[in-house]
Design a protein around this ligand. Structure first.
Ligand code: GLN
Length: 491
């Protein structure tokens, strides 16, 4: 393998446009690298070599004519939640095993329109429910990073763990993810990659298997902040097929990268200093504050008083919406079916066999909190908390331009160490769910390594529709952190 795959998306794009490398060569390298890594990392769920090579050939033809979009010829991996026409799309669930969509998701259509090349589908927690990629029907994904002196397999985080591992291991130049409660930002933090979700509605949900529709945000994983801006730009834009898609024009996100952050007010919320958080997380956060101060930002202590209710509210709203969205998997129209003795028995057997334990748990919680008698006490109350959380952000953004927090309460943990304890798994999302409940843009930027040599990320949150400030601040952190660390290659 040459060193081409180690380049950033932005740098490899320049080489493609300058004809120093062809899209075909690059696709061959990326495809081979993914295949080689698969037995060790288990990051992928489907390949389609013919499609990959045909897309690369078409990109080369456009490049030869001096044409080509923002991502022309760049190989990308796609989370198994996005419908890719003719390619297995199962949301890492047995209930959809073997399902090949006859249509393309809006986000992937936009990526292909920008010239990107499909390289593989990536594994995820089943239906995007999880924080460790251990609930995938194809088994856990392995993080390319290992703690110093240890051979233990670590989680890449979840639910978009396959995408995070693929980008961290330099198997492709970017990947899609979805973030409902942190599923892009937490795996980005665990793998030393950049992970972004824009404002709710910036990227279309059409053709993305639904988890919790009012919280689902498609977004990118990338190696650098600039790459993430280019990817989000290509993915974004109004889509009449998604009723919550924003009509707003998409700014030139990449142009914000590298702009001065001097004079920006950065909020540091006291509620994110949670009990039991490792000292190293606190340390990297303090470091981030110092970097932004040195870059000319003004640091402001702020309060987001309802933060402590965010996680419980999320774990009511998300399962409630999931229980409704997942009702469609009944074995009648598509997906797998287990024939029973009558219709009800067929439904029961199909859903019992098709859904894994975590998905079943969410369906039960969701159905319970929506049921007559409990609706007001749980669902309605959680919605009220959600409004409060949104108000907290509105008030904070009256005085600050961006908010800085850690991305996750720990570094990557060992596979199997939390899978029997749902509450400790859910606690992974404590810093990320707030931005989903409020629908505001948020990203994770690699900021440093812990004592064991594992990556830690910092989160930047900005007001709705202000992704540009997020990218500016993210790039300033990236500059100061100078995070060039890579997982040592063992796969
Ligand atoms: N870990 C969270 C959950 O299990 C978030 C998942 C996500 O963002 N898709 O619900």
């Amino acid at each position: 393998m040459s060193d081409l795959l180690k380049l950033s998306l932005d740098d490899v794009s320049a080489k493609l446009k300058g004809k120093e490398v062809s899209a075909t060569e690059l696709a061959q390298e990326a495809f081979a690298a993914c295949q080689t890594a698969q037995p060790a990392l288990n990051a992928f769920t489907a390949f389609d070599e013919e499609k990959t090579m045909a897309m690369a050939k078409a990109a080369d033809e456009r490049l030869a004519r001096g044409e080509g979009g923002l991502l022309e010829g760049v190989p990308l991996a796609i989370k198994d939640l996005f419908a890719v026409k003719g390619v297995d799309t199962a949301a890492s669930s047995n209930i959809l095993k073997g399902f090949k969509p006859t249509y393309e998701s809006t986000v992937t259509s936009k990526l292909w329109d920008a010239g990107a090349v499909f390289v593989a589908k990536t594994s995820m927690d089943e239906f995007a429910m999880g924080s460790s990629n251990e609930t995938a029907n194809t088994g856990p994904v392995v993080n390319p990073w290992k703690a110093e002196g240890s051979n233990e397999s670590l989680t890449p985080g979840g639910s978009s763990g396959g995408s995070a591992s693929a980008v961290a291991a330099d198997l492709c130049f970017g990947a899609t993810g979805t973030d409902t409660g942190g599923s892009i930002r937490q795996p980005a933090s665990f793998t030393g990659t950049v992970g972004v979700k824009g404002t709710y509605g910036r990227t279309s949900r059409w053709g993305v298997v639904a988890f919790a529709s009012s919280l689902d945000h498609p977004g990118p994983f990338a190696k650098t902040v600039k790459d993430s801006a280019l990817l989000l730009q290509a993915m974004s834009g109004h889509d009449p097929k998604d009723s919550t898609s924003l009509p707003n024009d998409v700014p030139d996100f990449a142009a914000a990268v590298g702009q001065s952050v001097k004079g920006l007010k950065i909020g540091v919320p006291k509620e994110y200093r949670v009990d039991g958080m490792p000292a190293e997380i606190d340390e990297v956060w303090r470091q981030g504050i110092d970097w932004l101060k040195a870059a000319g930002c003004e640091i402001v202590d702020i309060s987001l008083p309802h933060t402590k209710y965010a996680l419980p509210a999320y774990y009511i709203v998300a399962p409630a919406e999931a229980s409704s969205n997942l009702a469609r998997y009944d074995g009648m129209r598509y997906g797998n079916r287990v024939d029973g003795k009558d219709l009800n028995d067929t439904y029961e057997q199909t859903r019992g066999a098709g859904f894994g334990h975590e998905v079943q748990r969410r369906i039960m919680i969701g159905t319970y909190v929506l049921s007559a008698g409990y609706y007001d006490a749980y669902y309605l109350r959680a919605q009220k908390v959600r409004t409060r959380i949104l108000q907290d952000f509105h008030e904070a953004f009256d005085t600050v331009d961006a908010i800085l927090t850690p991305s996750a309460p720990s570094a990557a943990f060992g596979l199997g160490t939390k899978s029997d304890d749902p509450i400790s798994m859910y606690l992974n999302d404590v810093f990320t769910v707030t931005a989903n409940l409020a629908g505001v843009p948020a990203m994770s930027v690699p900021a440093g390594l812990d004592k064991a040599g594992l990556p830690l990320g910092l989160q930047v949150i900005t007001r709705a529709l202000d992704e540009e400030t997020m990218f500016k601040v993210g790039a300033a952190l990236e500059d100061s952190a100078g995070f060039g660390a890579k997982a040592e290659k063992w796969w």
